[in-house]
Each structure stands twice: as structure tokens, then as C-alpha cells.
Design a protein around this ligand. Structure first.
Ligand code: GLU
Length: 304
């Protein structure tokens, strides 16, 4: 028995209704935390104003309730926490670990380099270092970038196993404040996981290659590194990545039979085979037989 209380979290972006992939992240993080009688928090990652959809946060919370997932404490909204990100950025500046960057997306795309990640959501390319030693004459600052440390960052993922990444090779200096003034996910997530005392981050496999960047930031901001576990990606039956557009989850107003079937599908992806039933009793049952070793390491196909 560890003597530190486990704190897990689910951190959806309110950019559309939950889909099966996000339900798997919600249920997976809930199971990991609750199996150790830990706390389970919900944080709305609503910084990216242009992508936030009105009403979506409320819809997500209603869906979680409908699936029997109860969180602890107040829901934290990133849009209410800008001063904390500002403070972290000021710390990084004081330490000389960030710089202003004038490069536009088009300029970076022209600078021949491979996309940083295979995941089309993570479009950040390996930064060629253009503004690292100061803005070129006559150029205006746009984004703020973190000086990527060179050297391997390693961690033991609770699901995937040992992972190593050299951020300076994989992405290079990455954005912590975007050209439109929005704090980047990488910075906000590190500040918030630390502020909320999160000990365990269980989330979708699409974020596996963000983890080394987050650990790099944790080290320089002097905050603890939580344990990480990355759940299998959920693919649409045609093999494409399940996007929020697919609307693969029934909305809260739809019938309870479909809710139970969808929950059974999410649990199956997490290695728990249960008949559809009342969500609360399914989750209680799942807690008894959930074993992280049964969570598959490879992408799963959505079956609802
Ligand atoms: N907000 C992110 C998303 O919806 C998840 C962030 C995280 O779990 O670290 O993809």
C-alpha cells in the first residue's frame, strides 16, 4: 500500500460531445484511481477559445453522470486559471528557458522538416531553431517557445511500458504560448496537474508523445512528475481515428439501453467484459475485476 493518496483526473476539451475514445479515457482514469480508493477529478481544458463549443462542457458533465462517473470536488476550468499559466511562463522567462518566436506556420512548413508526430492532431513540426538566439531583424514576436533540453527523457508508462524520447530531436523548441495569445496545452496541463496534486495521468494514447515534453516542463518548474498510463486509441470501424465528429456516443437524452451498451464497449476496450446493465452497478463490478495488465497496448476498433 502506498502512503500517498492517488489522485487521478479526466481532462476533456469541450470542443464537442464525448465519443467512445473519450469515454474510454474517462472510465480508464476513473478505474485506475478508484481501484486504489483514490480521488478522481474533472478538469475542462477550455483554453482554445476558437475550438470550444458553447454548451459542450455542460454536455460532457451530464454524459459523465449518465455513465455513472462521479468526480470529486469542483470541476476546474482552465479558462479561469490564466494567471497561473502567466506565472509559470514568467518563471520560465526568468530562467531564460523560453524565447519569442516570429515564425509563422507557413514559414515553419517551408523549412523542410518532417512532421514531429504521426498523429495529425499534433501538427507541431521539428522547430528549426530560427529565433532561438533572438528575433531576426525587423520581425515581431508571435509565439513563445520553450528551449527543448537535449538528452533522453525516460518514463515507465503503466500501460505501454518503458518510453524514451529526446524532445530536442522529436519536436525541438515547442510552443508554450501561441501566436493568438492562447497558452499551449503542454504548459497548462503541467501547471494544472501539479496544482491539483494529480499523481496519476491516465489518458488516450494520442497523448503519449506529449508526455516527454510535459516531463521536461515539470523538471524546470520544479513540480513532481505523476505516473503516466496511455490507453489504447479507439479507431472507427474503417480504421480511421475516432474523432469527435463521429458522435459515437449517444447524448444524455438518449435511452439507457444504449448508454449501458456503450459503457460495456468502453469497458471491453479496457479489458473488462461485462453485460450491459445499470451504469453504477457495471462500474462497481468493473472495479472488482479491473486489472491494468489486461488493458491492450494496441489500438482497438469501436464496436458501438
Ligand atoms: N484535453 C485533452 C484532450 O481532450 C486531454 C489532456 C490530457 O488528458 O492530458 O485531448
Amino acid at each position: 500500500m502506498r502512503n500517498v493518496q492517488v489522485v487521478g483526473r479526466f481532462a476533456p476539451s469541450p470542443t464537442g460531445p464525448l465519443h467512445l475514445g473519450s469515454l474510454v479515457a474517462a472510465v480508464g482514469s476513473w478505474l485506475f484511481a478508484r481501484r486504489e480508493s483514490g480521488r478522481w477529478l474533472v478538469r475542462m481544458e477550455d483554453l482554445d477559445r476558437p475550438r470550444v463549443i458553447a454548451g459542450s462542457a455542460q454536455e460532457i458533465l451530464e454524459a459523465l453522470r449518465r455513465y455513472g462517473l462521479e468526480w470529486d470536488g469542483e470541476v476546474v476550468r482552465q479558462s479561469q486559471r490564466l494567471s497561473f499559466y502567466e506565472e509559470a511562463l514568467a518563471t520560465l522567462r526568468r530562467k531564460g528557458l523560453v524565447f519569442d518566436c516570429a515564425c509563422s506556420r507557413a514559414e515553419l512548413q517551408r523549412a523542410a522538416s518532417a512532421p514531429a508526430a504521426a498523429d495529425p492532431v499534433d501538427q507541431e513540426r521539428v522547430y528549426p531553431g530560427t529565433c532561438r538566439r533572438g528575433l531576426p531583424p525587423g520581425r515581431m514576436p508571435r509565439a513563445v517557445r520553450f528551449r527543448a533540453p537535449s538528452g533522453i527523457i525516460a518514463f515507465d508508462d503503466m500501460i505501454v511500458g518503458h518510453v524514451e524520447e529526446d524532445v530536442s530531436v522529436r519536436t525541438g523548441d515547442f510552443v508554450v504560448k501561441r501566436a493568438d495569445g492562447v497558452f499551449a496545452y503542454q504548459l497548462a496541463v503541467v501547471v494544472d496537474d501539479a496544482a491539483q496534486g494529480v499523481t496519476e495521468v491516465i489518458r488516450g494514447g494520442d497523448l503519449l508523445d506529449s508526455t516527454a515534453r510535459q516531463i521536461a516542463l515539470q523538471r524546470v518548474l520544479d513540480v513532481p512528475t505523476p505516473r503516466y498510463g496511455h490507453l489504447p486509441l479507439v479507431m472507427a470501424p474503417d480504421g480511421s481515428k475516432l474523432g469527435k465528429r463521429d458522435g459515437a456516443l449517444p447524448l444524455p437524452s438518449l435511452d439507457s439501453r444504449r448508454v449501458a451498451e456503450t459503457l460495456a464497449a468502453a469497458l471491453k476496450i479496457l479489458g473488462v467484459d461485462l453485460e450491459p446493465n445499470d451504469p453504477r452497478s457495471m462500474l462497481d463490478e468493473a472495479l472488482k475485476c479491473f486489472d491494468p495488465r489486461n488493458v491492450p497496448k494496441v489500438p482497438q476498433v469501436a464496436s458501438v
